[in-house]
Design a protein around this ligand. Structure first.
Ligand code: NG1
Ligand code: ZN
Length: 527
């Protein structure tokens, strides 16, 4: 392979037009779509190198800006087991996209040499995209990056982020995980879901109907595909399907619903307590919500989903008479009431880690069964090999262990998957005969508030203890403690955002007014 081709390709077709330094962060590279062509081309190059480095294993590339507004796009690499790109390669990625076109050839040569990559060995890159109008153009740039290094590329077109993770694992796993195709994905989830439901559609207060807000994103399209393939096990009405003038994530979707604490646009008239869900633009996050009989909006966020799942799995494991360590992983943004409920009522151990799913995922792997969710609705469950073995053995004699095996099939263990999470929640609610009123009455959320504060340099703030304690600037934490001590059930923390140029303030207290006041006072300390 002649690296000159890479350089020529880059200069001719994907010149770097923006000199601003960008960094491979928790969500890969994100930014305005018009500046991303050269980034995409180089990520195609990098994915091919990574595949060769991993002895030809399939590497995934997902083009999306998730819950960001329509003009944005982004790119993330997926490692062979469906996990996020290894941190040392995040640094390589950052270096590769920031060099000039002139230095690109040299940089590629350095990566090859440093990592002892056999440039003539085989490679495979799978690439998919969300439904933003600039995604097809950017996907072509990724594919051209692969081709510049004479690698193999398979284009999946418009898919959700969790589907891409599924394809990569399915392709790289020798055992029967599922087929690495769109049909294989539907088949795996629907088969598990319908077997668990076993024809039982409505029990107790549980009703079989659901409003699904697709955020005008790819989740809407895929939900429609699910509906086509499901027997009538679930009646889903998909709104914000992404047709007409609706823009992705605009006044709709999981982020809008969670942050603004109000329903999405285009909601039909509903009976009080009708169950609704919102997913984000690439369908890896989900929240539930409803209106009560006084028309008040109520949210069931990631914390609620996590406690529901952890409680259910714990019951199921106990009923199988097997001994597995189950734990829940949260971040500092988890509502204090949810932590209290899970520790004291459900008696499930909880750990708190820094923001960003890779931290949660990593911690969850320490348990036999690790449930993790961010309050914003991104999360899943991971089962250790040991746990799977024990459950399989038990399933030979125990019906509940059989159910547990099906639950494992229903869960997308590699990454938060809105549709898979939703099907799991539906299974649990139906099993318990619960409506949303039953679900929300498990505990009372503490009022909470988030603020974004613009500062000159957000990185002057340094934190420790899963971001709950501020160590720099000196003295700030003492001031925060002083303010917080004036509030009943008060809790607050500050941290620099990893995805936006702001410092985030989080506050919770026993009343709505107190929470607003506390957040405001903490905000003043940061400014
Ligand atoms: P930052 O900007 O670092 O707070 C946000 C979310 C994370 C995660 C990432 C990645 C909050 C408070 N933060 O991170 O949970 O989803 O984006 O998209 O929701
Ligand atoms: Zn997302």
């Amino acid at each position: 392979i002649n690296l000159r081709t890479v350089y020529a390709f880059a200069r001719e077709m994907y010149p770097k037009i923006n000199a601003e330094h960008i960094q491979y962060g928790t969500a890969g590279f994100r930014g305005k779509a018009e500046f991303l062509d050269s980034v995409m081309f180089r990520m195609g190059v990098l994915a091919t190198l990574r595949s060769r480095y991993r002895e030809g294993a399939v590497i995934g590339v997902m083009i999306t800006a998730s819950h960001n507004p329509e003009p944005d796009n982004g790119v993330k690499l997926i490692d062979p087991k469906g996990e996020m790109l290894e941190p040392s390669w995040e640094t390589i990625a950052t270096d590769l996209v920031n060099v000039t076109d002139q230095d690109l050839e040299q940089m590629v040569a350095t990566i090859i040499k440093d990592n002892k990559i056999d440039i003539n060995s085989s490679s495979y890159v799978y690439v998919g995209m969300d439904n933003r109008y600039h995604s097809p153009r950017l996907l072509k740039a990724v594919a051209d990056g692969v081709i510049a290094l004479k690698g193999n590329v398979r284009e999946y077109g418009i898919v959700t982020t969790p589907m891409m993770h599924y394809f990569v694992v399915a392709a790289n796993t020798k055992e029967a995980y599922g087929k690495p195709t769109e049909e294989g994905y539907y088949e795996k989830l629907i088969t598990a879901f319908e077997k668990i439901r076993n024809g039982q559609l409505e029990t107790g207060n549980y009703r079989n109907n659901l409003i699904f807000d697709g955020a005008n994103g790819v989740g809407a399209r895929k939900m429609l595909q699910f509906i086509k393939r499901m027997s009538n096990s679930l009646n889903v009405n998909v709104i914000n399907q992404g047709i007409g003038s609706g823009k992705i994530n605009d006044e709709c979707g999981a982020d809008h619903v969670k942050v603004k604490q109000r329903p999405p646009i285009s909601m039909p008239d509903l009976e009080p307590y009708s169950r609704c869900v919102s997913v984000d633009g690439d369908a890896d996050r989900i929240v539930y919500f409803f209106n009560n009989d006084s028309g008040q909006f109520r949210l069931l966020d990631g914390d609620r989903i996590a406690t529901l799942i952890a409680g259910y799995l714990m019951e199921l494991i106990k009923s199988c008479n097997i001994n597995l360590r189950l734990g829940l992983v949260q971040t500092a943004y988890a509502n204090g009431a949810s932590t209290d409920y899970i520790v004291n009522k459900l008696k499930v151990p909880v750990s708190c880690v820094a923001t960003g799913v890779k931290h949660l995922h990593h911690k969850a792997l320490e348990y036999d069964v690790g449930v993790y969710f961010e309050a914003n609705g991104h999360g899943t469950v991971v089962f250790s090999d040991h746990a799977k073995l024990i459950i399989k053995e038990s399933a030979q004699i125990n019906q509940n262990a059989k159910t547990l095996l099906l639950i494992i099939d229903l869960i997308n263990e590699t990454v938060g998957d809105a549709i898979s999470d939703m099907l799991l929640v539906e299974v649990i609610l139906s099993h318990k005969g619960w409506d949303v009123k039953d679900w929300i009455s498990t505990y009372e959320d503490l009022p909470n508030q988030q603020l974004k504060i613009k500062v000159q340099d957000r990185n002057v703030i340094e934190t420790t203890d899963a971001e709950r304690v501020c160590v720099r600037p000196k003295g700030l934490q003492d001031e925060i403690n002083k303010v917080v001590s004036n509030y009943k059930c008060g809790r607050a923390f500050v941290r620099p955002s990893g995805t936006e140029d702001v410092v985030r303030v989080y506050a919770e207290a026993s009343t709505e007014d107190d929470t607003l006041q506390l957040a405001y006072e903490i905000g003043l300390l940061v400014q």
